[in-house]
Design a protein around this ligand. Structure first.
Ligand SMILES: NC(=O)c1ccc[n+]([C@@H]2O[C@H](COP(=O)([O-])OP(=O)(O)OC[C@H]3O[C@@H](n4cnc5c(N)ncnc54)[C@H](O)[C@@H]3O)[C@@H](O)[C@H]2O)c1
Length: 309
């Protein structure tokens, strides 16, 4: 990236936010109106985004890690650099992902709902992560943050990334086109890849059919990565152990949907990265990127609309 002014002029929209203002200042930037801005930090979804940006805007920072609505709305152009918040919320989401996996593997859901002492029934259902192989599909910021947590429980990580470049701490890293190999190899699965054309229904009926009958699937990415109808069938038949989903398709998951009542399904309503504290995490990401922008250095989490994230 070309060197920019030492004190970049940043438009923060659509509303002022104290944490983000401090993040911009920490990165060495100053707040500016849109028509005088070199960069935009946007803190809301695409619906309220300005229809036109002035030519002076050379970089836009979006607030979410998943940017598929921005790409499908045609907002991400090739005139300027766009960055997402990929990685910014990784610690939070990783913590939630491990919680969901443990809750599934240790058969927590039914036990905490029980209103009588059903030890003989529950005891044989309790599994362990110790010695298990957990495949992380899309082992980026979230997946990498999960590796030391899973390691602490004695689990091994089999990573899948787009390129297959080895992920530190994973026993093996496979490129995207070798994903089919993992379904029969791993004991459990964490889905943490972006929602793109390449990842839509990456967990389909075929994948589900190859999984072990004790396998749990955790989805902390986006609902579109799993074929929901196929998953419901697999959960009903017991061909897999269960699914713990922070994201669903459709989302919000409608009242009365089978996933709400299946005993081997756990649903959390997209809270892996809760609103509380979100702007503080985004502000750290913004501060680093403003500093990099001022120095003309490569920005973190650049979006490539052609690859879909
Ligand atoms: N549940 C939540 O609250 C929440 C919060 C943050 C992010 N997310 C979702 O999680 C996704 C990942 O977030 P992140 O911060 O880890 O992003 P990231 O960009 O750091 O990581 C994405 C990873 O996916 C891999 N990948 C890309 N295409 C792939 C493919 N076709 N097959 C396999 N792997 C592929 C990349 O190589 C990378 O390792 C986001 O896109 C977002 O949709 C959800």
């Amino acid at each position: 990236m070309m060197p920019n002014t030492a004190t970049p002029r940043i438009h923060l929209g659509p509303h002022p936010d104290a944490a983000l203002m401090r993040g911009i200042e920490r990165g060495g930037g100053v707040l500016a109106p849109l028509d005088d801005a070199e960069a935009v930090v946007w803190a809301q979804g695409p619906d309220t985004f300005p229809a036109q940006l002035p030519d002076s805007v050379r970089w836009v920072q979006l607030p979410s890690a998943g940017v598929e609505p921005w790409i499908s709305a045609g907002i991400v152009d090739t005139e300027r650099t766009w960055t997402s918040a990929a990685g910014a919320y990784a610690g939070n989401v990783a913590e939630h992902g491990v919680l969901l996996l443990l809750a599934g593997v240790r058969a927590l859901t039914e036990q905490v709902r029980a209103t009588s002492w059903r030890k003989a029934e529950f005891d044989p259902q309790v599994g362990t992560l110790r010695g298990a192989t957990v495949a992380i599909v899309g082992c980026g910021g979230i997946g990498r943050a999960m590796i030391p947590l899973l390691d602490a429980f004695g689990a091994r990580v089999l990573a899948v990334t787009r390129s297959g470049t080895p992920v530190p701490g994973a026993v093996e890293t496979l490129p995207f086109d070798r994903t089919p190999e993992i379904w029969s190899r791993a004991d459990h699965f964490v889905i943490a890849a972006p929602a793109t054309a390449a990842t839509a229904h990456i967990v389909d009926k075929d994948a589900l059919a190859q999984m072990k009958s004790t396998a749990w699937i955790v989805n902390v990415a986006r609902g579109s990565l799993i074929d929901t109808a196929g998953l419901v069938d697999a959960l009903k038949s017991g061909s897999i152990g269960g699914a713990a989903l922070d994201v669903t398709d459709p989302e919000p998951l409608p009242d009365g949907h089978p996933l709400w009542t299946l005993p081997n399904a756990i649903i959390t309503p997209h809270v892996a990265n809760p609103a509380t504290g979100l702007t503080r995490l985004l502000a750290d990401h913004v501060a680093s990127n403003v500093e990099r922008f001022a120095a003309g250095a490569p920005l973190m989490a650049p979006i490539d609309a052609s690859r879909g994230y």
